[in-house]
Design a protein around this ligand. Sequence first.
Ligand SMILES: Cc1ncc(C[n+]2csc(CCOP(=O)(O)OP(=O)(O)O)c2C)c(N)n1
Ligand code: SF4
Length: 292
Amino acid sequence: MSEDVTIADYQYPTQPTWCPGCGDFAILQGLQMAFADLGLKPHESLVVSGIGCGSKLPHYTNVNGFHSIHGRPVAVATGAKLANPDLNVVVTAGDGDSYGIGANHFLHACRRNIGITHIVEDNRVYGLTKGQYSPTSYKGFVTKTSPEGAIEPPLEPLPTALTSGATFLGRAFSGDVKHMKEVIARAMEHEGYSLVDVLQPCVTFNPGRSYDFYNERIYKLGDDYDPTDKQVARKKAEEWGERIPLGVIYERNMPTYEEQVPALEDGPIVKRSLDMEERSGVSYGEIKKDFT
Ligand SMILES: Cc1ncc(C[n+]2csc(CCOP(=O)(O)OP(=O)(O)O)c2C)c(N)n1
Ligand code: SF4
């Protein structure tokens, strides 16, 4: 870590292809600000994404990036964290990616407490594929795939994560970058799995979840809020309607998955020698003999 890191270290010349007004611009900025605030150098982090509008994010920032496949970024990030636990591993992916096709990885990351930060660009619609309803779309949402209105109730990300064993729950709004940056920074500091569900307006395909919709409802948890109280956290996680809380809703310290994997007792894979002789203590001659 270094104190002289600035957001300029994370800027990259590639121009995002997001629609003007899309909440993903702010998420990109909030993440870059959080990296800089924590004094992390670009090579100390990895951003893994899936497929979707929000998943284009690693292309637009100067950091190690892995644009993986739809629904699988949490699995890729888990592998990266196990190979190199020193790396600050972040996932950026949409609600379709994280809570739909990738829902099983989401649940098991919560349960395992793998040390990654999962930022969900939750626009409550499939943006990239042009506006189908998603797992977090509201009931009644009229789209091309639900012309008479979605009949399913939405998945509630924070209560689902809490029930599945998540040790950090954050919620932010892309209309408030400074606050979002603080929640993301705290999530990255957390040891273990951290979920940051970002309310991200899709100005093109989800007008019902606009900046105005959220601005009328959101409020920030105050300094007197205790995120370690699970019962209170559950109520806050479930609060969704006329009022929507933002901030760190729950935090608890538990052993991480990577700390407990028996195969990593001898240290991370990236720090082990590539030389088979040195690693195994067996000479090449003896190894060869075993195969003849
Ligand atoms: C395995 C697989 N299934 C489906 C798709 C098609 N697909 C690409 S992005 C996407 C959904 C995007 O929605 P979301 O993850 O919410 O991200 P957003 O575009 O809204 O940021 C789908 C269904 C795909 N690329 N791969
Ligand atoms: S379609 Fe929606 S999510 Fe995708 S870039 Fe445009 S505004 Fe953003």
